[in-house]
Design a protein around this ligand. Structure first.
Ligand code: SAM
Ligand code: SF4
Ligand code: SF4
Length: 350
């Protein structure tokens, strides 16, 4: 069950055209990554955002505090790989100090987390989610195109010893890791970390996506029930992306069913890219340029008003629209992505 108050308790939350409040912001701090997961960054070389365009710690803090004034109380730091961002701890500290941000989390591939976990906790990070798609070294290397397993497992161990809440994200892909569902649950259970299975999505970057590789929520549950027996739902999903479930021994896990059962109807999330474009939906065609406004030194109230009026016009429901698309195939081919790097998942902030 979501641990957060419901929308109606936030007095200044602005509501979009589909009656969804603005509550949660994903802040990408960098577009670069030290892995090359095939479902996200299938190419070896990318054109990175110009360094000068990346928002500085000051600018990120200003933006987050304007969002906080518009009702945002949950921030998730992401990327690209956030641990590659120089002075990430300073960014964390500044966001943590924005009053009314009650939940500050980060999604990371964990590669450099062993060295950084304690400093990030001290800076004010509350929770981490680490991506781990396989416990098999060769498989993970095939997927990420780097020998990643030892570093990620060390990162997870460090996170467990430092943070109260650690979750593990696993993208489930047919004939890749769909035989590891039980092993991953057992691994999470042994550490006290909740596993969240994610349906393989046709986001920018997933140029090789096809529907038949998606192992959907129903199939994930069926496979787990074959092993564990009946599985119960664990509270209402609310605005959270993951539906949560409970095994008979009390072990909890989540499934993010963005492909088969999208949750756009309750979506209170938006994304700020590392170069200051604000996207109202993971699938949105265009972002709204906050960087220019921040660098022009606009009055804070003007920025808050801009956020309000933009959110009020929001009607995006990207994943639902994709579900309605007949003969669905990859959203973009590589040439489309090269035209606008902001279409990439690693730029948009997954
Ligand atoms: N680099 C960090 C990481 O991997 O955790 C943060 C950014 S990454 C884009 C955020 C999340 O998006 C990861 O959990 C990743 O597995 C997920 N993701 C990326 N591409 C995906 C896809 N095609 N389908 C589903 N999830 C995807
Ligand atoms: Fe990097 Fe995360 Fe994308 Fe993998 S999913 S390539 S770790 S940004
Ligand atoms: Fe929200 Fe867009 Fe994702 Fe739907 S597709 S849940 S509207 S971000």
């Amino acid at each position: 069950m979501s641990t957060f108050p419901t929308n109606t308790t936030v007095p200044n939350a602005v509501i979009d055209r589909l009656q969804r409040p603005l509550r949660s912001l994903r802040v990408s701090v960098i577009d670069r990554c030290d892995l090359r997961c095939r479902y996200c960054m299938p190419e070896e070389h990318y054109a990175w955002l110009p360094k000068d365009d990346l928002l500085g710690a000051d600018e990120i803090e200003q933006a987050v505090s304007a969002f906080a004034e518009s009702g945002v109380d949950r921030v998730r730091i992401t990327g690209g790989e956030p641990l590659l961002r120089a002075r990430l701890e300073e960014i964390v500290e500044r966001i943590a100090h924005v009053s009314s941000i009650s939940d500050l989390a980060m999604t990371t591939n964990g590669m450099q987390l062993a060295q950084r976990a304690a400093d990030l906790r001290r800076a004010g990070l509350r929770r981490v989610t680490i991506s781990l798609d396989s416990l098999n070294r060769a498989r993970l290397e095939h997927l990420t195109r780097r020998d990643a397993l030892d570093s990620v497992l060390r990162g997870i161990d460090a996170a467990i010893s430092v943070f109260d809440t650690v979750k593990i994200n696993t993208v489930v892909m047919r004939d890749f890791n769909d035989d590891e569902l039980v092993d991953l649950i057992e691994y999470g259970k042994s550490l006290g970390a909740e596993i969240r299975f994610i349906e393989y999505m046709d986001v920018g970057g997933a140029t090789n996506w096809s529907q038949d590789q998606v192992v959907d929520r129903r199939e994930i549950l069926t496979r787990l029930e074959e092993h564990y027996g009946p599985i119960a739902t664990d509270g209402a999903q609310g605005a959270a992306p993951a539906a949560r479930f409970r095994l008979q021994d009390g072990t909890r896990f989540g499934i993010i069913a963005s492909v088969s059962q999208p949750f756009c109807g309750a979506c209170d999330r938006s994304r700020l890219t590392a170069d200051g474009l604000w996207y109202l939906c993971l699938y949105a065609g265009q972002g709204h340029d906050l960087r220019t406004q921040l660098r022009a030194g606009v009055d804070r109230q003007i920025l808050v008003d801009y956020i309000h009026s933009t959110w009020e016009e929001r009607s995006d429901r990207g994943a639902e629209v994709r579900l309605e698309t007949p003969a669905r195939s990859a959203l973009f081919q590589i040439d489309d992505l090269r035209e606008d790097p902001h279409r990439e998942m690693h730029t948009r902030g997954g």
